[in-house]
Design a protein around this ligand. Structure first.
Ligand SMILES: [Zn+2]
Length: 258
């Protein structure tokens, strides 16, 4: 299984920046998990192939690229872009994004080949299939309804917290998994901004350490994602100070294979 966190901004030299403003993970160049930079950073090959998008929640940094992606591909789509999300998230998308005022309601539009957008609601805790992947949504603890995922292709399995504060249930689910290849966990704010992390339901390095103590087995790498770009240097330093074995920062743009 291949996994890539797409870049979302450019540095001063015009190269993709290591800073993560948006969230969009691509699995096997075929399925997107969140759509932050889906329109902006996908390769030509990925644009040709990705027609399935699984969403964790409706915050802008996780969906910003979705309306633009469907717009870009509108006339060329031979099958609709399928958006997998909880019913609550679908409601928010229809009410606040695809509402004709912010952007067209693509779920009601067709091109010469038929529909261009389709919703596939999923339920928390129930496995569903997306292309060759088995996906399970696990409730996490964020300011708005949000899920993490456990995703498997039958050979490798990875888990992703998405945006969350302390999330006991997520780790319980992971502890029941037999064979994990990797876990991606968020850490948005540095320790000094504990109060902000608390009210916005995110983790700091200090809280990340407490979360990782809930993991029964640690024979897999843990990668930190969703580091707020403004505080990246502090957060990376504070994570290094934790001196936790197998804890890494996920590199933006790099293709990981398990
Ligand atoms: Zn969020």
């Amino acid at each position: 299984m291949k996994l890539q966190l797409l870049p979302s901004t450019f540095g001063e030299n015009g190269q993709a920046s290591a800073r993560q403003h948006l969230s969009c993970f691509v699995v096997d160049d075929l399925v997107a998990v969140d759509a932050g930079s889906l329109a902006m950073a996908t390769s030509f090959e990925q644009k040709k192939q990705i027609r399935d998008v699984i969403l964790t929640h409706a915050h802008l940094d996780h969906i910003a690229g979705l309306p633009l992606y469907i717009d870009d591909l509108f006339s060329t789509l031979r099958r609709p872009v399928c958006v997998y999300a909880t019913r609550e998230v679908i409601e928010v998308l229809e009410r606040d994004i695809f509402n004709w005022s912010v952007y067209p309601r693509f779920s009601e539009l067709e091109n010469d080949n038929g529909k261009v957008m389709h919703y596939s609601p999923f339920e928390i805790g129930k496995e569903f299939t997306v292309k060759h992947l088995r996906v399970k949504a696990v409730e996490v603890n964020h300011k708005v309804p949000c899920v993490g995922f456990v995703i498997s292709d039958g050979k490798a399995t990875f888990a992703l917290t998405s945006d969350t504060a302390e999330a006991g249930g997520f780790w319980e689910t992971l502890n029941a998994e037999q064979d994990l290849s990797a876990v991606l966990v968020e850490c948005a704010f540095p320790n000094e901004l504990e109060e902000l992390a608390h009210i916005s339901y995110h983790l700091t390095p200090k809280n990340l350490r407490l979360e990782l103590e809930k993991v029964a087995r640690r024979d897999f790498p843990v990668y930190v994602v969703n580091i707020k770009p403004m505080y990246r240097d502090e957060i990376v330093a504070q994570i290094a100070e934790l001196e936790i074995e197998n804890l890494h920062i996920l590199e933006v743009g790099k293709v990981y294979e398990w």
